[in-house]
Design a protein around this ligand. Structure first.
Ligand SMILES: O=C(O)C1=C[C@@H](OP(=O)(O)O)[C@@H](O)[C@H](O)C1
Ligand SMILES: C=C(OP(=O)(O)O)C(=O)O
Length: 456
């Protein structure tokens, strides 16, 4: 038997040379699958486990590169993190405020969530840590996280141009609780402030104009923190956390990731005759904007067997190929489907009529400028598309000519969206590099092939 650590190294390995792939029109997709564990919940389970006293047992953890980098960072900060069986991990934490000074820089690879949440957790400990990542992560804004953390008493030095990585974060010796209004709807900003607030005496409050995913709040409660959330305005939330709790290790069952499921779901909708069942898909309403939109477009997505664990609902989804029509997606839906616009744009290209997606400014600061990259992906495959300010307008003609080579820009979701498009386009669609798919959905290619996709 291979020891757990060696197996983990095998998972971590990925090629430095680009691996292109072509996707060709295929016959009906069929089968029943469980996509990997939710990425957001996997990061949080490791971080909260590391900040707790006692053991946290996680089942269904996403073993993608982003999450594995978070696991490594938790070890570097003093927690014991072990893979005990496939997708099953055990964390023995150090308690709130108990992180040790890491001996080497923390490398988060491609992962904004891992980097930014750990910044919050480190900001509440009297240690210094160097944060770094790959070229994509080094290009993403960090000021949005550092601003509130500095108000709480943390400090930065050796910081990259424009507040970017690499940087050194010096945690606060005496963290101060704050009331913070997030400048944009971002669960990463909210979570960083709440994680720093764990070490602050008194109440840390985050106010968001538009509610972002609430996994941090739900999981903090599950681990024993006193935290409350009330509505703020028409779409917002006001979240208050009582500082200095004793967090206790807890069991976490990670549901299947709806953002990962969105790729085979759209593939099943656009490939004629398809019928695919997805089990255990998380259906937290702050994550299901894509399903709402697809249903408005005419998609057949049947939900059954709704159940929940630690406040996170999940269900089985049966998806059948459907005739889609263009729709207008309102800007206030953006936080609940922020990572899904790329694959929605693919569905929109196969629909009849125009789809207008409004208020997508946040797409510009993801792994790539996803607004431009999505438009380019469609354009090189013969789809009429326009970026107008922060809106994306796709003219659906019921079919996609294809034949293009898509630049993935170190962005897993561009790669997967383009491969989905090729499943039903007139000519094949090629992507320049599939390596980054391993950050969030390592089994995407074999799972799609097993359903009937023609990738070569
Ligand atoms: O908190 C999280 O787990 C995430 C929040 C979102 O980012 P923002 O907080 O920047 O919107 C999302 O795009 C990302 O994939 C995961
Ligand atoms: C934006 C994403 O992730 P992150 O911000 O963690 O890099 C994503 O997975 O689409």
């Amino acid at each position: 038997m291979i020891p757990a650590a060696a197996r983990e190294d095998t998972i971590l390995a990925h090629s430095d040379t680009p691996t292109p792939l072509e996707s060709r029109a295929c016959g009906p997709l069929a089968g029943k699958v469980r996509v990997p564990g939710d990425k957001s919940i996997s990061h949080r389970a490791l971080i909260l486990g590391a900040l707790s006293v006692g053991e946290t047992r996680i089942s269904g953890l996403l073993e993608g590169e982003d999450v594995l980098n978070t696991a490594k960072s938790m070890r570097a900060l003093g927690a014991r993190v072990e893979r005990t069986a496939p997708f099953t991990w055990s964390v023995a934490g150090v308690g709130v405020g108990g992180f040790a000074q890491p001996a080497a820089p923390l490398d988060f690879g491609n992962s904004g969530t891992g980097c930014r949440l750990v910044m919050g957790a480190v900001a509440g400990c009297p240690i210094a840590a160097i944060f770094d990542g790959d070229a994509s992560l080094r290009s993403r804004p960090m000021r949005r996280i550092l601003d509130p953390l500095e108000l709480m008493g943390a400090r930065t030095s050796d910081i990259g141009e424009g507040g970017r990585l690499p940087l050194t974060l010096h945690g606060a010796r005496y963290p101060v609780p704050i009331v913070y209004k997030t400048p944009v709807a971002s669960a990463q900003i909210k979570s960083a402030v709440l994680l720093a607030g764990l070490s602050a005496p008194g109440i840390t409050t985050v106010i968001e104009q538009e509610a972002s995913r609430d996994h941090t709040e739900l999981m903090l409660k599950h681990f024993g923190a006193e935290i409350s959330s009330e509505n703020e305005g028409s779409h917002g939330r006001r979240i208050s956390l009582n500082g200095e709790p004793e967090l206790h290790g807890a069991g976490v069952v990670v549901p299947a990731d709806p953002s990962s499921a969105s790729f085979p779901i759209v593939a099943a909708l656009i490939v004629e005759g398809s019928d695919v069942v997805f089990s255990d898909v998380m259906t937290n309403p702050l994550r299901t904007g894509l399903f709402t939109t697809l249903r408005e477009m005419g998609a057949s997505i049947e939900e059954s067997g709704v159940r929940g664990d630690a406040g996170e609902p999940m269900a089985q989804l049966r998806v059948r190929a459907s005739k889609l029509k263009g729709v207008e997606v309102p800007p206030e839906r953006a936080p609940s489907m922020i990572d899904e616009y790329l694959v929605l744009a693919v569905a929109a290209a196969f629909a009849e009529g125009t789809t207008i997606m409004r208020g997508l400014q946040e797409l510009r600061v993801k792994e790539s400028d996803r607004l431009e990259a999505t438009a380019d992906m469609l354009r090189v495959n013969g789809v009429k598309v326009e970026v107008s300010g922060d809106d994306l307008i796709v003219e659906g003609r019921g079919h996609v000519p294809g034949g293009g080579l898509v630049a993935t820009h170190m962005d897993h979701r561009i790669a997967m969206s383009a491969l989905v498009m090729g499943c039903a386009s007139d000519r094949p669609v090629k992507v320049d590099d599939t390596a980054f798919i391993a950050t969030s959905f390592p089994d995407f290619i074999p799972m799609m092939r097993a359903l009937g996709a023609d990738f070569a």
